[in-house]
Design a protein around this ligand. Structure first.
Ligand code: AMP
Length: 256
């Protein structure tokens, strides 16, 4: 038996009563490591750069280990440029190169740049028409039930490749799950952390880190998942939200 441990925190009350999202985290763990994970999550909710949470929800659920799907980590490529405009140009080109239409890519930037405040989840756009496919409105689709195998060792390995910090560690886990979902063609993301300017595009099985993608001090971030037009929406949303996934980072998907 394994345990899914999930935390979400907000300021100004619970999310569903209009509280502003502060942070979230989740793990899939053996029973004996659950307590320590909860302690770390509390610390994170109280000391985030977005503010100190006054609402913290931690949910712990048992899951059958046979239901967990193992997914490889995506190989990573780094793109650095001197300004945001060029960072976004690189991102757009990567999207076009993997078959996203210009219309859909432009729509994705318009959606993210038009956010008055960050969403909690992602927007699902049709990869061809650019139409929004999910009906989660301001909340977006929350990807959940994912973690990485041997997390401590994984962090050590990432640090060695100069990928320090929780942003990249969490983002590549989420990106690997999203890329494994049925019908997903690409992902575009930049963080809502005002101190973090790096964003990424996942396309053709590669995680492309791009710096910079937004202004320092900007607390608006977001994610767009591009889905192929024929995709069964209910199936992909169910997979993203509920399928437990562990990232097997030692597997062959890794190139760096
Ligand atoms: P972050 O990379 O954590 O700074 O998140 C950047 C943005 O991605 C957030 O503002 C959300 O819109 C979105 N996001 C964060 N976590 C998730 C998730 N678990 N599933 C879907 N979208 C997410």
């Amino acid at each position: 038996m394994l345990y899914s441990v999930r935390m979400r925190s907000a300021k100004g009350g619970p999310h569903e009563q209009g509280g502003r999202h502060i942070s979230g985290a989740e793990r899939i763990l053996e029973e004996q490591t659950v307590d320590e994970a909860v302690r770390q999550m509390l610390h994170r909710a109280r000391s985030h750069t977005r503010g100190k949470a006054d609402f913290i929800n931690i949910r712990i659920e048992a899951i059958d280990s046979r239901a967990v799907r193992l997914v490889p980590l995506l190989p990573m490529l780094q793109h650095e440029t001197d300004n945001i405009e060029n960072g976004r140009k690189i991102a757009k080109q990567l999207l076009l190169d993997c078959g996203i239409t210009e219309q859909a890519a432009d729509r994705a930037f318009k959606v993210l740049l038009g956010l008055k405040e960050s969403m909690r989840g992602a927007v699902l756009l049709d990869a061809i028409s650019g139409e929004r496919r999910d009906s989660f409105q301001r909340r977006g689709v929350r990807v959940s039930h994912m973690d990485v195998e041997n997390r401590t060792e994984f962090k050590r390995w990432l640090n060695k490749q100069k990928h320090q910090g929780s942003h990249v560690q969490e983002a590549i886990v989420l990106a690997a799950k999203v890329a494994s979902a049925p019908g997903i063609q690409a992902e575009l993301c930049w963080s809502d952390d005002p101190d973090y300017r790096t964003g990424y595009v996942t396309a053709q099985g590669i995680y492309h880190r791009i710096t910079p993608m937004k202004q320092l001090g900007d607390a608006r971030g977001g994610r767009v998942f591009f889905i192929r037009p024929e995709t069964d929406l209910e199936h992909v949303v169910q997979y993203l939200q509920e399928q437990p996934v562990l990232i097997d980072w030692k597997s062959k998907g890794r190139k760096t």
